[in-house]
Write a protein that binds this ligand. Structure first.
Ligand SMILES: COc1ccc2nc(C(=O)O)sc2c1
Length: 248
C-alpha cells in the first residue's frame, strides 16, 4: 500500500517512522510519503489560508495549493492505480473498524488533513469527481487539525495489511469467534508478579482450567462493555454468542 499525506505540519507525521507503521515501511509493506503543502505555494509568505467568504471566525485553506499538491501527488503515482482521498474532518462520517478494513483493501490512500476552519469545499468536490473520497472523523471532540486523525487512521489500516502484524498479535484478534465477541470491549488483563502492592490476580486465571478462564473472560468483557459501551451489546449476534458459549 502507498500512503501519501499532504500537510502544513510534516513533522507531526514523524510517528509514522516508528513502531508498527515504521516497521511496515522498513519491510516494504507500506510506502509512506509526507508532503509539505507549502511547497505548492508561490508567494513569499507561503500562504495556505485566507479569510472565509461570507465572513465569520478563522481562516479557510486556499484551494490553489491543495489542487496543485493533489495533482502533483497523482502525477507521481501509477496511472493505473486510482488513489483514494481521505479527508479527516469534524464533519465527516465516523471512522470505524469496518471502514479501516475497507481502506486496507485499497492500494493507495492520499490524506488531506485540514487546519484552520477547513479546506475550501471546492477542492473535495473537484476530486470527488475523479477519485473515491472519504470524509471521516475519529471522534466527537475538538482537534486543531486533521494530522492526529491521520495517525489514528493509518495505524488502524496498516495493522490490517498482510504481514504487518506478527502471528501472535494477529492471532490475538482471532481469540473470539468472529461476530460473537468481536464487538465487545476487552476485559481486564494481568501479568507477573502474582501479587503487586498486596493486590492478587483473579484465581481463575491460574486455575489451569481453560473453560473456566474463557467463561470468566467472556463475563468480564460483557461487564466492561455493559458499563462503558452498552450500545455494543445490542450489536452482538445472539446466535454467534450461543455458539461461542457452547464452545466454552
Ligand atoms: C481544522 O481541521 C480539523 C479540525 C478538527 C478535526 N477533527 C477531526 C476528526 O477526525 O475528528 S479531523 C479535523 C480537522
Amino acid at each position: 500500500m502507498r500512503l501519501d499525506v499532504v500537510t502544513i505540519f510534516p513533522e507531526y507525521l514523524e510517528p509514522l517512522n516508528v513502531s508498527l507503521v515504521g516497521k511496515a515501511r522498513v519491510n516494504g509493506l507500506l510506502d509512506v510519503r509526507v508532503h509539505d503543502l507549502r511547497q505548492w505555494t508561490h508567494d513569499r509568505h507561503n500562504t495556505v489560508d485566507d479569510s472565509p467568504y461570507g465572513g465569520g471566525p478563522g481562516m479557510v485553506m486556499k484551494p490553489d495549493p491543495w489542487g496543485e499538491a493533489l495533482d502533483a501527488v497523482r502525477a507521481d503515482g501509477d496511472p493505473g492505480i486510482a488513489p483514494v482521498l481521505v479527508v479527516p474532518t469534524p464533519s465527516g462520517r465516523p471512522f470505524t473498524q469496518e471502514l479501516a478494513v475497507e481502506l486496507s483493501g485499497r492500494p493507495w490512500l492520499v490524506f488531506a488533513p485540514a487546519r484552520y476552519e477547513g479546506i475550501d469545499r471546492r477542492v473535495i468536490d473537484a476530486y470527488a469527481e475523479q477519485w473515491e473520497v472519504h470524509e471521516v472523523s475519529i471522534g466527537d471532540y475538538v482537534l486543531a487539525g486533521g494530522e492526529a486523525a491521520v495517525l489514528v487512521i493509518t495505524e488502524a489500516v496498516a495493522r490490517l495489511l498482510p504481514g504487518v502484524l506478527g502471528n501472535a498479535e494477529s492471532h490475538r484478534d482471532d481469540s473470539f469467534a468472529p461476530g460473537a465477541m468481536a464487538d465487545l470491549l476487552e476485559g481486564p488483563v494481568y501479568t507477573k508478579p502474582p501479587v503487586w502492592r498486596d493486590r492478587d490476580i483473579p484465581e481463575v486465571l491460574v486455575s489451569g482450567h481453560h473453560g473456566r478462564i474463557a467463561r470468566w473472560r467472556r463475563d468480564q468483557a460483557f461487564r466492561r462493555t455493559d458499563a462503558h459501551r452498552p450500545d455494543l451489546i445490542e450489536r452482538c449476534d445472539p446466535a454467534a454468542l450461543d455458539k461461542y458459549d457452547r464452545a466454552l
